[in-house]
Design a protein around this ligand. Structure first.
Ligand SMILES: [Fe+2]
Length: 574
């Protein structure tokens, strides 16, 4: 049984392929076409998934897309009757509806094959059910509360329910125009970060301010009674319609209205100085966001008999909030789908069809997130030779020793190995690594690799068995989805990955999941007594590198000291 899932005509286009219930390949289109968060049909991602599995389009039994234009029709019609949205908003929706309704034709057109050749049945899976499925089925848990929170999808922003006996059953939802994702994106824009996906900058900035503006923001986002709503005067997505550009990198028009400027003063101009007001606003928006999210999670916890939680939707990428869920006590375990944003609906839609619709037994548990392309040493050597770059091939033991030595000496290392990561985080296969003990890391990274705002923290990776020595919380997080508190006496040991509030968005690593990366952490620990590395994504103002050519190009145009691709070792230091 072959099920192809796609996220198409929407940000973070992607594809995921299930063969007999196992996830065999999953990847975002941006990794191939090099346009961040790109929309459109994920032609290259689909081609990769099929090629990896050795499957032709004719072999696909089911195609699942994480949208269903017919979902929530009653909500849509009653909203339209009550509020009469402007014609442009309606026209945009209809256009998107027509495209998503026929993924089969989209697939055939994109791959240049006759639609007649495709025998697959197509399924539109309602957007939030796709998000929920991406977390519930991937967790491997039999029972769990399941929550999806994002901007909007199929007219809904939030859905909560339960996964029981292999089925996903929603209990409740919050519909357009109310949305936590829209709230956070509006504040992100107001704070002068205009790009699609810039929300994590606000999350980083939040640690620098006090949440003094929460009382004012309570008019903008009202929380209570197991729900939340927007103060609609402060927004214009529901009146003007906020045009979204899906060609190239997605972008939104301004979401907030002039009333927000009246409330908070002028918006921060992009790239201008970050003021105390801006820091306080980031902290306040984060605090209120968490309050609203916990309100929804508590509502889910009350209805569900399970103390486990599966979380997805773009807002699940708020790792600061996610890290607080288990300590709050309503849930004992948390699984966050690493591709929690809309890319993950490709996987979720496929899993939903496989299990919820077709009732097939569950066989897949997501323990790691390496489902993209990999390259052989021979392919890598061919690239290096073509570019005339000198390299050595090192055996595994020597490689770990050599790179650990380099890191101790202050090298910044490009680390490219195995299959690329599914989801936005680099997890040791397309990573840039450095010594976390340094206290000049911002200067070093700015000088050598990429300029980034000082308030954005770098993340630590460490072996799972060492987590208790460095962090207050010890539950595994192989996907880097939660921010934990670093033990106070360890913060000075790893300053490069300790945020200003003493937290770190860690990745726990096991040898079973990633042996080469694990061995490097251990080798570094043997030399320094600190088995921790700084891990940031392997890129420079672009999507994460996907091929050896892109990794090498990034190495050559930056001042990275060392490049490792599989067992090939390249160094500027000789
Ligand atoms: Fe979504």
């Amino acid at each position: 049984m072959i099920v192809l899932g796609v996220n198409a005509y929407h940000g973070d286009a992607s594809a995921a392929l299930l063969v007999d219930g196992q996830l065999v390949a999953a990847v975002e289109e941006e990794r191939f076409n090099r346009v961040k968060h790109c929309a459109g049909f994920p032609r290259l991602a689909v081609e990769y998934c099929l090629a990896h599995a050795g499957i032709r389009v004719e072999d696909i039994d089911h195609i699942a897309i994480g949208r269903n234009p017919r979902a929530h029709l009653v909500d849509k019609v009653s909203y339209a009757i009550k509020h009469r949205p402007p014609v442009t908003v309606v026209a945009d929706r209809v256009k998107n509806m027509l495209r998503t309704r026929s993924p089969k034709v989209g697939l055939a057109t994109a791959l240049g094959v006759d639609p007649e050749r495709l025998r697959a049945t197509t399924h539109g899976v309602e957007h939030h059910r796709a998000h929920m499925a991406s977390a519930y089925y991937a967790s491997g848990w039999e029972e769990a509360a399941v929550v999806s929170i994002d901007g909007f999808g199929d007219f809904v922003s939030t859905m909560w329910g339960e996964g029981v006996g292999g089925k996903v059953e929603p209990f409740g939802r919050i519909s357009f125009p109310h949305s936590l994702g829209i709230f956070y994106s509006a504040i992100t824009q107001f704070l002068g970060f205009p790009k699609y996906g810039d929300e994590y900058k606000v999350m980083g900035l939040a640690a620098y301010g006090k949440p003094d503006l929460v009382p004012k923001l309570r008019n903008v986002l009202r929380v209570g009674n197991g729900s939340f709503e927007l103060g609609l005067d402060y927004f214009q997505h529901h009146t003007k319609g906020v045009a979204m550009t899906w060609e190239g990198e997605p972008s939104f028009e301004r979401i907030y209205s002039d009333a927000l400027v009246d409330l908070l003063g002028p918006a921060r101009a992009p790239k201008s100085e970050v003021t105390d007001r801006d820091k306080a606003l980031a902290a306040s928006a984060q605090a209120l966001f968490e309050e609203a999210m916990f309100e929804i999670l508590d509502a889910a916890a009350k209805r569900s008999s399970s103390r486990r939680l599966c979380l997805a939707g773009g807002c699940a990428h708020n790792s600061l909030a996610a890290g607080k869920i288990v300590p709050r006590g309503h849930f004992t375990d948390l699984f966050v789908q690493p591709a929690a944003g809309d890319a993950g609906t490709a996987l979720g839609a496929a899993l939903y069809v496989e299990h919820h619709k077709l009732g097939r037994l569950r066989r897949f548990v997501q323990k790691a997130s390496y489902f993209g392309p990999s390259f052989t040493l021979q392919e890598i050597e061919a690239v290096l030779k073509k570019e005339g770059v000198e390299y050595r091939v090192l055996d595994e033991a020597t490689l770990a020793e050599q790179v650990a030595d380099d890191l101790v000496r202050g090298s910044v290392v490009g680390w490219f190995q195995g299959r690329s990561e599914w989801g936005p985080r680099a997890l040791g296969n397309r990573s840039i690594l450095a010594d976390p003990r340094r206290d000049d890391i911002q200067d070093l990274m700015n000088e050598k690799i990429k300029r980034r705002e000082m308030f954005r923290p770098f993340a630590p990776a460490l072996p799972l068995e060492d987590v208790g020595e460095y962090f207050e919380q010890t539950s595994p997080d192989p996907f880097m989805t939660k921010v934990y508190s670093i033990k106070p006496d360890k913060r000075a040991t790893i300053p490069a990955v300790s945020h200003v509030d003493g937290t770190g968005r860690l990745q726990t690593v096991t040898r079973a999941e990633n042996p080469r990366y694990y061995d490097l952490l251990k080798s570094f620990g043997k030399r320094t007594g600190v088995p921790v590395l700084l891990n940031t994504s392997f890129n420079e103002n672009e999507p994460i590198v996907n091929t050896p050519e892109e990794a090498l190009a990034c190495y050559l145009r930056t001042k990275m000291d060392v490049l490792v691709m599989e067992n090939a070792y390249v160094s500027r230091r000789g």
